[in-house]
Design a protein around this ligand. Sequence first.
Ligand SMILES: [Zn+2]
Length: 108
Amino acid sequence: MAKKKTRYVCTNCGSVSSRWLGRCPQCGEWNTMTEETVEPEAPKAAQSMARSGPASQAASLADIAMEDMARMETGIGELDRVLGGGIVPGALILLSGDPGIGKSTLVL
Ligand SMILES: [Zn+2]
């Protein structure tokens, strides 16, 4: 969430400043700057990514039809089991672990 911004507006002439000033630089009046809260506008990127279409509904796992995807077996039984039967085409797999644990060896 974007941070709210404050600005100071002169009640005499409408001059705007980002910080409080005792004397308005525009009209020269004293103690006329009043604080206003400015709602930040959503960035243009966020507006362009606004959701469209019907809202998503929560569903029970039992109600979700499992698609049988073609999987590429690695030949390493334990790895295939962890991956749910093998690597799904187009899948991204994050492999992490302590240094020296064998991540590179496993990938090779
Ligand atoms: Zn002023």
